[in-house]
Design a protein around this ligand. Structure first.
Ligand code: HEC
Length: 137
């Protein structure tokens, strides 16, 4: 018993900084994702643009039905896909968008590293207003 109590205390005290640093990690992931997004996505996906030669704005993309951004001229493939942009679908898209959805007019992007995908997902979630708890993988 004498040895268990310090162990519990240690576990409890370790729990606090771990919780606090989790939000720091979250922030680092969002920042890293923003850097990847700035380098690989933003030139086509600006915040306000509805220019069809570029991509649609990706604000609120997590949990959005694919191909539904108002007044944007999507490819038939994307508009008719019937998918919702869950984290899993966004990962598959980042990894190999034209393999995942043949016929899309988005040029090939191949982000294979799951960690980097995770960063971009964190950033996309940070620009999504809706309640994340409703979004399943
Ligand atoms: C060269 C320009 C270009 C780049 C770079 C680009 N995209 Fe796109 N993106 C597009 C276009 C064009 C579409 C519309 C595709 C269609 O209609 O088939 C699109 C569509 C999308 C969609 C679907 C949007 C919706 O409303 O259904 C997502 C998600 C997306 N892009 C994510 C990304 C991410 C993440 C990156 C960076 C890793 C990226 N794109 C880089 C041009 C680009």
């Amino acid at each position: 018993m004498k040895r268990i109590i310090p162990a519990i205390c240690l576990a409890l005290s370790a729990g606090l900084p771990a919780g606090a640093s989790e939000s720091i990690y979250d922030r680092i992931k969002v920042d890293a994702g923003k850097a990847v997004y700035d380098a690989k996505c933003r030139r086509c996906h600006t915040d306000g643009s509805t220019d069809d030669s570029y991509g649609p704005p990706l604000k609120n993309i997590v949990g959005r039905a694919a191909g539904t951004y108002p007044d944007y001229d999507f490819s038939i493939a994307l508009a008719a896909s019937g998918i919702v942009w869950t984290p899993a679908a966004l990962r598959a898209w980042m990894e190999d968008n034209d393999g995942f959805m043949p016929g899309t007019k988005m040029r090939h992007v191949g982000i294979q590293d799951p960690t980097v995908q995770d960063f971009v997902l964190s950033y996309l979630a940070s620009i999504t207003d809706r309640d994340g708890s409703a979004i399943s993988d």
